[in-house]
Design a protein around this ligand. Structure first.
Ligand SMILES: NC(=O)C1=CN([C@@H]2O[C@H](COP(=O)(O)OP(=O)(O)OC[C@H]3O[C@@H](n4cnc5c(N)ncnc54)[C@H](OP(=O)(O)O)[C@@H]3O)[C@@H](O)[C@H]2O)[C@@H](O)CC1
Ligand SMILES: Nc1ncnc2c1ncn2[C@@H]1O[C@H](COP(=O)(O)OP(=O)(O)O)[C@@H](O)[C@H]1O
Ligand SMILES: [K+]
Length: 461
């Protein structure tokens, strides 16, 4: 996994104060890294448009113009006069080298967006909205320098942002790149170093971006085993029985030895899934909430109070009952609408979905501070998995998963690992990665996936 930082100004400052680097050295590495990417990956292109703002993000762009001018047809566009000390220095250098500065933008083969980086400090005015709109309309290969212009430090987009194919970000990953809204703008994200290796530049962090290697699939090491060695998951089914059945199938395919659906009505289940009317004697984990609908509160309370690992989903996030179990070591998998209900029931915040989506990390942090035993999986385009002060981001998911039933598969996977004896946090991380990487492997198209396809792909991981 890779560290993510809310701000990097203090990391830059460390470079100056502890490693005796200068702003000029850091910036030369920043611009050189973009030049290197272009030289190595886009050498067949001819024209480059570099669009610069007045601060150091713009200064990176002006320096880049100098570095590429001998190999490409470089066109430098200054949206505002260079204002920061470094922007003025870089400007002096390009003027001395007679690099072409243009008054009007055009559709070049490559566009590099150096308008604003970490210093965006107010909403964009009409001029910048129009400029970014026009850049977005071009069919060029688009590179964002550090952060796509228009995304602020909280990962919010006020009106518009640059839609990049790739974001080359300086020094370390920033939280703002991983809000749900940023996902439509950042493209592929590459981190480059600023003169010291990344592990030296970076300090301790509480946020992490998950890599594929963080997925620890439930391979079986014991030779002398039997089905009971891999747990018994009970999935509590409710009004929408399909939800529980989807979860049960996902769990079985992910390694649980025995899976039963708990339901009073007789169900037509696949032959390998069992049915029970009450929680099984040897149950090692419970998945509850998905498709529950109307239910007998006392019966559900009894189940929730059993000292068995649990994954809780969906309808239970709208019931005050949930507050009775938040001291337990459980996994919760709300989507944004469910999470705002949970925040309200827990008297943490009464906010709209928009407010939550604008501040996902913040509200997860508030929740985890109050309930340190709970593992929260806040679903979305970038899933946040959190416990205590640590937050992990899974960015592998895509719109292929935007379907009813996708969340039920996830609940089943988490339940499966809990039943097999894995800890709540590792269960949530591995299940979430398997869920999104399985979806990524579905190659037909990005609209037709159904839960059974997803389970199939996960079984092949
Ligand atoms: N150590 C370093 O410093 C290194 C920095 N590096 C690079 O510097 C970037 C940070 O540079 P930065 O701090 O100068 O901020 P930046 O993103 O250029 O924006 C500030 C400028 O934009 C303006 N402005 C803001 N909002 C605006 C708006 N809505 N509409 C219009 N104008 C607006 C603002 O104007 P002002 O508010 O002052 O009037 C100011 O002039 C960072 O992302 C990385 O790329 C790397 O080279 C590595 C080393
Ligand atoms: N655009 C997207 N990008 C990434 N993941 C997505 C996207 N849309 C949905 N998902 C994922 O799909 C799942 C949907 O869950 P949920 O809304 O609870 O569905 P359901 O309850 O109908 O099964 C979540 O894990 C979510 O993160
Ligand atoms: K930028």
């Amino acid at each position: 996994m890779q560290k993510i930082f809310d701000e990097v100004t203090s990391l830059d400052k460390r470079c100056y104060e502890e490693f005796f680097l200068t702003e000029d050295i850091l910036m030369e590495h920043a611009s050189n890294s973009i030049a290197l990417y272009i030289n190595q990956n886009l050498f067949d292109k001819k024209s480059i448009l570099i669009v610069c703002g007045s601060g150091n993000n713009g200064a990176d762009g002006i320096a880049l113009a100098r570095l590429l001018s001998s190999k490409f047809e470089v066109n430098l566009y200054l949206a505002n006069e260079p204002k920061s000390y470094m922007a003025q220095q870089q400007f002096k250098r390009v003027k001395a080298l007679n690099i072409k500065i243009i008054d009007e933008i055009f559709e070049a083969d490559i566009i590099v967006d150096c308008l604003f980086g970490t210093g965006l400090n107010k909403p964009l005015d009409e001029k910048f909205i129009n400029l970014i709109n026009t850049l977005n309309s071009y069919n060029s290969f688009k590179i964002a320098c550090d952060i796509p212009s228009g995304i602020n430090s909280l990962g919010q987009v006020n009106t518009i942002a640059f839609e990049s194919d790739i974001t080359i970000t300086m020094g370390a990953l920033k939280t703002s790149l991983f809000s749900d809204v940023s996902k439509d703008y950042v493209g592929e994200i590459i981190v480059v170093n600023l003169g010291v290796q990344r592990d030296i530049y970076e300090i301790e962090a509480n946020k992490f971006l998950l890599d594929e290697s963080d997925m620890k699939l439930p391979f079986r090491n014991k030779k002398n085993s039997h089905k009971g060695s891999y747990g018994h998951l009970n999935v509590v089914a409710g009004c929408k029985k399909g939800a529980g059945i989807i979860a049960a199938k996902a769990a079985f395919g992910f390694g649980t030895g025995l899976v039963s659906v708990v339901c009073h009505e007789n169900l037509d289940l696949p032959y390998h899934i069992m049915q029970t009317h009450f929680i099984s004697e040897n149950c090692s984990a419970i998945a509850i909430g998905m498709g529950l609908g109307k239910y007998e509160t006392d019966e559900i309370r009894k189940i929730l109070n059993k000292p068995i690992p649990k994954i809780i989903d969906a309808d239970l996030f709208h019931d005050k009952l949930i507050c009775e179990v938040l001291d337990q070591e459980i996994v919760l998998t709300p989507h944004p609408k469910e999470f705002i209900s949970l925040l309200k029931l827990c008297e943490i915040a009464d906010v709209s979905i928009e407010e939550l989506q604008n501040n996902r990390f913040l509200y997860v942090e508030k929740f985890c501070k109050k309930y340190p035993n709970v593992v929260v999986v806040l679903k979305g385009a970038n899933v946040i998995i959190a416990q205590n002060e640590k937050q992990y981001v899974n960015s592998f998911g895509s719109a292929v998963l935007s379907k009813g039933g996708s969340g039920d598969v996830l609940s089943g996977l988490i339940g499966s690992l809990l039943a097999q004896g894995y800890k709540p946090l590792e269960s949530a991380i591995t299940a979430s990665l398997a869920h999104t990487l399985g979806a990524k492997n579905y190659k037909k198209n990005n609209y037709s996936l159904i839960p059974s396809d997803l389970v199939e792909e996960i079984r092949k991981l």
